[in-house]
Design a protein. Structure first.
Lengths: 240, 304, 331
């Protein structure tokens, strides 16, 4: 199912552009920030790990990184038209979507989940929290990637709508309106994290099974719909 | 190894705009030129054959199968899109080899080398495509489209951005491929290109098929528009006087370099000119048909 | 026999030179009055303003601006409803609802700024624009004016709605006047926001010719810096509270106002400089705005630094934007 050629091109394309700058920098900042704060506030009962790992790492770093990567793995090619060279081959459309999705998950995990773990292990007395957040971030990477890959197939404005979702739906509303959580990927991730290391500060609203089930539904559904859309991918006619 | 592309009453529209309007035609082996001004629907036709657009109405088949939603056709079909977009971060060789792998060819590197050799890109193959000129990018796209030895090759404005030498070479390549029995369909709005390369043309104007077949034959079919001949003799004025009297003569013009005769009956004029000059004791030094070019065919079709 | 060059037909009068003819096809030159440079700039600015809300493009382009506008007006509507039930005004004019407004404005500028500057850089229509009688800096100026106006609409309309909702629910001339007096600073804060946000986001968006990348850049810069600044602030405040053994109870981030105030550390003061939103807040409070639980501390005299930094940042961004177009003009 996974097409190595496609994967190779995608990884090269995503890491080789200016896009890579955008998602490498936040990861570096997270780790640098952790080191700086550890040096200046090494106190045992410090509350900052929660804020740094939770608010910054989980609520900002993870969704934004997933957004940039997820909309980039396929969206960039569709945007500049080079996807035609990929699609004018007998490769199954499902394989294309799955491969792009896998690359997106891998890169997001590498640039958001992994730094989260590293920062968590560096910060004082937050080992269990770090592991919990890492697991949550992995789940988040999977579901976010599926959503953003799907968005990039159905619209050319994937990153705009994705940002709308992340900033407004997840950022603003889900903390205010309780029911919104059901459709918030961030809360699935938090639910998983909370299950491993129950922590009041996480404000996770969903249980483990709810999170996993809903996450799986969105992932599978998103990838399936993306495949169907890719099968009917159309090139416009004359520009005139 | 011959393929027939069949269009039967194919139309394609976007909302209120009709891009392709009730086209019925067959495209067979050899080189066919799709000619038409910008906006005529040439790209739409090519994308429909390539399975990247569905006809809104009518049926389009490649040897009986529909190309829409059918990735298997790409085993036999190669597309060179017009858009100048290609993986710029890969080298030429990497790009063609990757395409070969995507086609699941048994020996991707060999096939890639063959295709690159065919398009004379061997020298530049290890440079990144981002450093290529436009003509080179076109050629590497052709190489990628040929790597799996397709029976059908579709090229959308392939000579864009090529210098004369590259253009000649590409025309030569396409002729050879056409002679091998492949079906080559290319689009262009530049008349010299189509004229030189293909015998068969399909002329599209505003989404409709205005003419198809050999362009000289098409020209001759349009008897209502006068043929123009350029004649030079020892006594132009007397010939002019004689010609004006005939009913197949539309107009005669005395120019500094001879006579320009417009006639509506090609055959009659050709027969009679020798007779007239002999009878009038004039020696004919030059007789040229002046507008057999595609230009005038084209212009005529546009105007009508 | 002599043949003479006689034309049987007369072609339309045209210029003749030896061996060549230029025909007069009947194209007319326009000799009437032409609009001047300022009108060109005004037309471009108006067009930019419309593009910022997706007008002039398809329906999909309007989705994000419309949702953003609705979302940002919601607190005003909620407030009107709450006040009609007899409560006091729950939303302030000068801070509005801070977190929501920050998020919404981030989305708005991140998605719309590339509509104004990235697309024209990519489609290479700039030589067409610059062959008109405008100075090279006029074009980005027009974009900036248009986008500032758009941001102004996004920021002031909710305030006006808030005002309308409040005034409808209070009675008496003095109460209305009190509302009006509170509104004015809020409008001015909105103006500061609009002017600065437009400059920064347009500059960031112009760095990339791809619309998606530009959106990502603007979003990441704004959100990242905001969260970073907030974290630093929270951390510093927390540790300041923890390290001061004071007689009074710890009163949270508003500690600056308690009886024995722990000194606001340098780190706290400086933390707010690194993000546009906290920068706005610092300047606002320096100019006399009220302090809120989740805002930057009152910077006191240090607020002047905030103002200077803000002006410098805006100036640099505008300069960068102009430079970008000067370079792009030649492509």
């Amino acid at each position: 199912m996974l097409n190595l050629t496609v994967a190779g091109i995608t990884v090269r394309a995503t890491l080789g552009r200016r896009r890579a700058f955008l998602f490498a920098v936040p990861a570096v900042i997270l780790i640098v920030l952790t080191l700086v704060l550890r040096a200046s506030h090494p106190a045992a009962g410090a509350a900052w790990p929660d804020t740094v790992l939770g608010t910054f790492g989980f609520s900002v770093l993870l969704p934004l990184t997933a957004l940039i990567i997820g909309t980039g793995v396929l969206g960039a090619e569709i945007d500049d038209g080079s996807v035609v060279h990929l699609l004018a081959t007998p490769v199954r459309r499902a394989d294309v979507i799955i491969t792009k999705f896998a690359v997106a998950v891998g890169l997001t995990a590498a640039f958001a989940a992994l730094p989260e773990l590293i920062a968590g292990l560096l910060a004082p007395h937050s080992g269990k929290l770090a592991v919990a957040l890492f697991a949550g971030a992995l789940v988040g990477s999977v579901v976010y990637s599926a959503l953003f890959v799907f968005l990039s197939v159905v619209t050319t404005r994937a990153i705009a709508f994705g940002l709308l979702y992340v900033a407004i739906w997840e950022g603003a509303l889900s903390n205010v309106v309780g029911g919104v959580r059901i459709l918030s990927i961030a809360h699935y991730a938090l639910g998983v994290a909370n299950a491993i290391d129950p922590d009041q500060n996480l404000q996770a609203g969903l249980g483990l099974s709810t999170s996993l089930i809903l996450g799986a539904v969105i992932t599978v559904g998103g990838l399936y719909l993306a495949t169907r859309r890719l099968e009917t991918f159309s090139l416009a006619g004359d520009p005139a | 190894m011959s393929s027939i592309i069949e269009f039967r009453n194919v139309s394609r529209w976007y909302g209120n705009v009709v891009a392709v309007n009730d086209i019925t035609m067959d495209i067979g082996p050899g080189v066919t030129g799709l000619l038409g001004p910008n906006g005529a629907g040439k790209s739409t036709i090519l994308h429909m054959i390539a399975g990247f657009l569905a006809p809104s109405r009518g049926t389009l088949t490649l040897d009986g199968t529909q190309p829409w939603k059918n990735p298997d056709i790409y085993r036999r079909l190669g597309l060179v899109p017009e858009r100048d977009s290609v993986y710029a971060f890969l080298t030429g060789a990497q790009f063609v080899t990757a395409t070969a792998k995507l086609h699941k060819l048994p020996e991707p590197s060999r096939s890639a080398a063959w295709a690159i050799g065919l398009t004379e890109m061997a020298e530049a193959q290890d440079r990144k495509i981002a450093t290529y000129s436009k003509g080179m990018r076109q050629r590497i796209k052709v190489a990628a489209a040929l790597v799996h030895d397709p029976e059908i090759l579709l090229l959308d404005e392939p000579f864009n951005g090529m210098d004369p030498r590259q253009r000649l070479h590409m025309m030569d390549l396409l002729s050879r491929l056409g002679d091998e029995g492949r079906t080559i369909l290319f689009s262009s709005h530049i008349l010299e290109e189509v004229e030189r390369l293909s015998g068969t043309i399909q002329v599209m104007v505003a989404g409709r098929l205005a003419a198809s077949g050999d362009f000289r034959a098409i020209r001759r079919l349009m008897t209502s528009r006068p043929h123009v001949f350029h004649v030079r003799t020892t006594d132009d004025r007397r010939l002019a006087a004689a010609l004006v009297g005939r009913d197949y003569t539309h107009a005669v013009e005395l120019t500094g370099k001879g006579l320009q005769v417009r006639t509506s009956d090609f055959g009659a004029f050709c027969e009679q000119i020798a007779v007239i000059t002999r009878d009038e004791n004039i020696r004919l030094t030059e007789l040229l048909p002046t507008d057999e070019s595609l230009e005038s065919v084209f212009g005529y079709l546009i105007a009508n | 026999m002599r043949t003479e060059p006689v034309s049987a037909q007369t072609s339309s009068p045209g210029k003749r030179a030896a061996g060549g003819v230029i025909h007069d096809l009947g194209y007319q030159r326009y000799h009437g009055p032409r609009l001047g440079r300022s009108q060109i700039v005004a037309a471009l600015a108006w067009h930019s303003f419309r593009s910022a809300f997706g007008f002039g493009r398809g329906a999909k382009a309007k989705i994000v601006p419309v949702i953003a506008m609705i979302a940002i007006c919601l607190p005003a509507i909620v407030n009107a409803f709450a006040m009609s039930q007899g409560n006091a005004r729950v939303v302030d004019y000068d801070t509005y609802t801070p977190v929501l407004r920050n998020l919404i404005m981030t989305v708005f500028v991140a998605v719309q700024a590339p509509e104004l500057v990235s697309r024209d850089l990519r489609s290479r229509v700039l030589p067409l624009y610059f062959s008109r009688p405008i100075k090279p800096s006029d074009y980005p100026l027009a974009k900036y004016l248009g986008f500032t106006a758009a941001c102004l609409v996004m920021l002031e309309v909710p305030l006006l709605l808030l005002y309308a909702g409040s005034v409808a629910n209070v009675h008496g001339g003095s109460a209305v006047w009190a509302q009006t007096r509170a509104l004015i600073p809020g409008l001015l804060v909105g103006l500061m926001w609009a002017v600065s946000l437009a400059a920064i986001s347009l500059f960031l968006a112009s760095l990339s010719a791809r619309r998606g990348l530009a959106t990502g850049t603007v979003a990441i810069v704004f959100l990242l810096t905001y969260v970073l600044a907030e974290i630093l602030l929270q951390v510093e405040t927390q540790s300041a509270i923890n390290t001061v053994p004071g007689p009074g109870p710890a009163v949270g981030p508003g500690a600056g106002f308690s009886a024995g105030p722990p000194p606001v550390t340098v780190a706290e003061k400086v933390a707010g400089l690194f993000s546009p939103f906290t920068l706005f807040d610092g300047v606002r409070m320096w100019l006399g705005g009220t302090d809120h639980a989740d805002n930057v501390h009152k910077p006191g005299a240090f607020g002047a630094v905030y103002a200077v930094v803000l002006i410098a940042v805006v100036g640099l961004c505008l300069f960068g934007l102009a430079a970008r177009y000067r370079k792009a003009r030649l492509s």
